[in-house]
Design a protein around this ligand. Structure first.
Ligand SMILES: *Cc1c(COP(=O)(O)O)cnc(C)c1O
Length: 450
């Protein structure tokens, strides 16, 4: 297929806010792609080691993490009833197994942000404590981070972040547990309960009537003006990206424990909701290290905010904004409401993502409500985006061409599909009921023309 034909077609669909499915013409062999990356397996291990060092502290500060000994990890859940409902609705049979990765149940923040954001907070705290000689070495028992001495020390420092909500919850929860002052700059999408949650924890919430990029910009500027403030930068942070990677790499052990095979004859397909791109990219990087060419990662975005799709398709990365295409109105998928992607992760993923797709707000609503009705699982709107993935892959010409190209067609009965459920358990009951009611009459868009 000639690239420019696909390009113009996809950009036309993007402009029209139609649902699309897109295959990345730059996908490389995993070995090549990983060799080009500025990060290595050692980086993933370093993240894993740091999370382990902090586990004794996390257990104390967040008793709900005791079961997993202070590690922030989640299970996978098979969703056979939802699979049946989706197959029926899309009129497409899905061979193989279908699971949700339950990052909605991750402790501390109830979202995938528990990985990246919390990692960055922990690393910063460790660095400060070592520099001040408060922590003598990384060999110490990190329960000491609960001590008054440490808490008083961190109370002199500020953490600032710009967010549509969930990054703020993670930074707020962990930052306050360590004793930091925390300031959260919220974009227009941010839900009221997220602001309340943070204020209850004595986090300073700065409300903006502008989009995510603006809120980040203002947060960055405010933080820069304060020498005791550290800015967690969703647009440029390596630590955020690296924090997410363990979520992908740990799947190797998790799937083995569940008896799920992944190899040349048993492909793994993973569908990841994408906002700025940090979490899907980090997870993909970890998955590629775990499974190489046998894993296929697709990212999902709202038709109103396809920032990663535009960044990759135009190869302008963060130099293109959804507003340039006349898009960018408010979307129900607040966690994905990012008008411009991050250059750091978009460039990194240029050769790693298999492709992506977009969903209308109505599809988000329909997926949310039906997942609840079929499986009794509640995910927040952003988090359901992965559920449509396998059907887009099987049902579109572009998807079919991908399967043919990579000789996957015959292997589909042995395949495992995982929709990454990125958040939801902390949504208050009232909001949950409103979301579920909102999707009652929503129809899943089942015709993606290519
Ligand atoms: C932030 C978020 C995402 C996307 O992560 P990015 O790093 O912004 O791409 C997906 N789902 C939920 C619930 C989120 O909060």
């Amino acid at each position: 297929m000639e690239k420019h034909v696909v390009t113009s077609k996809i950009l036309e669909q993007v402009k029209n806010e139609e649902e699309t499915f897109w295959v990345n013409p730059r996908l490389s062999k995993t070995e090549e792609a990983l060799n080009q990356a500025p990060y290595t397996f050692t980086d993933i291990q370093e993240v894993e080691d740091r999370f382990h060092r902090f586990a004794p502290f996390i257990q104390l500060a967040f008793p709900e993490t005791k079961e997993r000994e202070g590690l922030l990890e989640s299970e996978i859940t098979a969703i056979p009833t939802m699979k049946k409902w989706l197959s029926h609705t899309y009129q497409t049979d899905l061979p193989g197994d279908f699971y949700i990765k339950r990052d909605d149940l991750l402790p501390v923040s109830g979202t995938i942000k528990s990985r990246g954001a919390i990692y960055e907070v922990l690393k910063y705290a460790e660095t400060l404590a070592l520099e001040a000689d408060l922590l003598k070495s990384t060999e110490e028992n990190y329960e000491i981070f609960m001590s008054e001495k440490f808490q008083v020390f961190f109370s002199k420092y500020n953490l600032t972040v710009g967010t549509t909500g969930n990054l703020g919850i993670s930074v707020g929860a962990m930052g306050r547990a360590l004793g930091f002052q925390v300031t959260v700059h919220m974009s227009e999408e941010a839900k009221a309960w997220k602001k309340n949650y943070l204020r209850e924890r004595e986090v300073e919430v700065v409300e903006h009537t502008t989009n995510f990029s603006k809120a980040v910009e203002e947060g960055r500027a405010a933080s820069k003006a304060d020498p005791k403030s550290y800015f967690i930068d969703d647009e440029h942070s390596e630590e955020l990206f690296l924090g997410y990677t363990v979520g992908g790499y740990r799947m190797k052990e998790q799937l083995a424990q569940e008896g799920i095979q992944v190899d040349a004859d048993h492909p793994l397909f993973v569908y990841l909701p994408c906002g700025i791109g940090g979490s899907p990219s980090g997870i993909t990087f970890g998955l590629k290290h775990a499974f190489g060419d046998h894993v296929h990662c697709f990212f999902a975005e709202p038709t109103k905010m396809p920032s990663m799709l535009l960044g990759l398709e135009t190869q302008k990365f963060d130099q293109v904004n959804v507003n340039d295409f006349g898009l960018g109105s408010l979307t129900i998928a607040d966690g994905l409401a990012v008008p411009r992607t991050s250059a750091l992760v978009a460039k990194l993923m240029n050769h790693n993502f298999s492709g992506g797709y977009t969903l209308t707000d109505e599809s988000f609503n329909a997926l949310l409500t039906n997942l609840y009705q079929q499986e009794n699982i509640f995910l927040e709107p952003a988090a359901v985006a992965g559920l449509a993935g396998p059907f887009k892959l099987l049902d579109t010409e572009t998807g079919k061409a991908y399967l043919k190209n990579y000789e996957l067609k015959d292997k589909l009965p042995n395949a495992t599909h995982i929709a990454w459920g990125t958040g939801g358990s902390m949504v208050p009951d009232k909001d949950k009921h409103d979301f579920i009611a909102q999707g009652q009459d929503s129809k899943l868009k089942t015709k993606t023309t290519f």
